[in-house]
Write a protein that binds this ligand. Structure first.
Ligand code: DNO
Length: 362
């Protein structure tokens, strides 16, 4: 192979995932983990010894861990409150601790309040009897954010969900009120303040920050959102111009917005060396631009052309870390919504297959 794919898998940690490390080790093509410590609250320091013990566990089965995700940004930073400096200090300490443990990329997001949002975590796909995550704008119209959070927690089958920390979301109304009147421009100013503080540290310790897109890819509940199209990401990248200020291009989140041309976006930012990581999955719109389900990874099951996506990665950012993203629940599996073993493993193998073909044709 002329270029090697850096295929990884998300894993929630010992005792916190139905998927075990040896399952991942036996999945063809997967060489590493995109890790997380999902018990950490936003704003808390990730201590060296806890990072070390997670990574050592991963290394023990012969997988590597060079990417960490969901190092969540405290709401006070996004809101630009005076207390933000203390949380930025903690964030910097976390970056240093992760770097000390060999981490190269940190995936985070700067979305107010919600990390990602679905209206159904377990929607039947009538065509084959499997289940997947689903979103319908119409379904949120009749509900308040508080009700949606309640429904999501109920449907999560007792699993933690990334970015849905119960302690934080128990103050949901308070947080939503704090954002009242905030514009996109205000959020950009607060984002720049954050990046100006952390990116020089990243440069000195050799870590890239990779911003995950809004999901779904448009503003919700009147909250300002910045990361759902090329124009928005151009602004984010320009806030602090550095090879360490990059994006985690999630094809499914961006693909939920039918206006986005995902292969073109990958080429645009890949050519500028601004993609350090990718989450790759497919979405299918169901008769409406704002109603979609998460489909199987293969092009024919969704709206995205996975060949063109992998080709764009191969051509412009082959060194970026990739993972298959959310999978459906198939073969009777019961697991954390979106994060079962089987469909994601099939996704990884499929994406590696596309890569091999592209590599041999190049
Ligand atoms: C959803 C994930 C996101 C992602 C974070 C990064 O399943 O892709 O939670 O990890 O937005 O901060």
């Amino acid at each position: 192979m002329k270029k090697e794919i850096k295929m990884t898998f998300r894993w929630y940690g010992e005792g916190n995932d139905t998927v075990e490390l040896w399952h991942i080790k036996q999945t063809p093509g997967v060489k590493g983990i995109m890790g997380l410590l999902d018990y950490k609250a936003a704003g808390e320091v990730w201590e060296t010894d806890e990072i070390k013990s997670y990574i050592e566990g991963v290394n023990r089965v012969g997988l590597e861990c060079k990417v960490i995700e969901s190092v969540n940004v405290h709401e006070d930073i996004k809101l630009g409150l005076p207390t933000r400096d203390e949380y930025i200090e903690n964030y910097i300490k976390t970056i240093e601790n992760l770097a000390e443990n060999g981490i190269e990329v940190i995936i985070y997001n700067f979305m107010p309040v919600f990390d990602w949002l679905r209206t159904d975590l377990n929607r039947l796909i009538p065509e084959d009897g499997s289940f997947s995550l689903y979103f319908s704008e119409k379904d949120i119209e009749g509900l308040t954010p508080v009700e949606i959070v309640k429904n999501t927690s109920k449907a999560s089958r007792g699993f933690t969900l990334p970015g849905w920390e119960t302690a934080r979301l128990s103050h949901l109304q308070e947080i939503l009120d704090a954002y009242k009147g905030m514009t996109k421009e205000d959020l950009l100013v607060n984002y720049k303040y954050f990046l100006d503080a952390i990116i020089p540290v990243c440069e000195s310790v050799g870590v890239k920050m990779a911003c995950h897109p809004d999901d779904p890819g448009w503003p919700i509940f009147g909250l300002p959102r910045l990361a759902h199209d090329q124009e928005g990401y151009d602004k984010i990248v320009a806030l602090h111009d550095s090879p360490c200020n990059t994006l985690c291009l999630c094809t499914g989140s961006l693909g939920s917005n039918v206006k986005n041309d995902i292969p073109a976006m990958i080429r645009h930012f890949g050519e500028k060396d601004r993609i350090a990581a990718l989450h790759v999955r497919n979405v299918k719109h169901l008769g409406d631009d704002r109603v979609f389900r998460e489909s199987a990874h293969l092009s024919e099951y969704g709206d995205l052309d996975m060949f063109e996506i992998m080709k764009a990665i191969y051509d412009t950012c082959p060194d970026a870390y990739i993972r298959p993203d959310h999978g459906r629940m198939i073969w009777g599996e019961k697991a954390r919504p979106g994060y079962g073993l089987y469909d994601r493993a099939l996704g990884a193998t499929y994406l590696c297959g596309l890569w091999e073909a592209i590599d041999k044709m190049s």
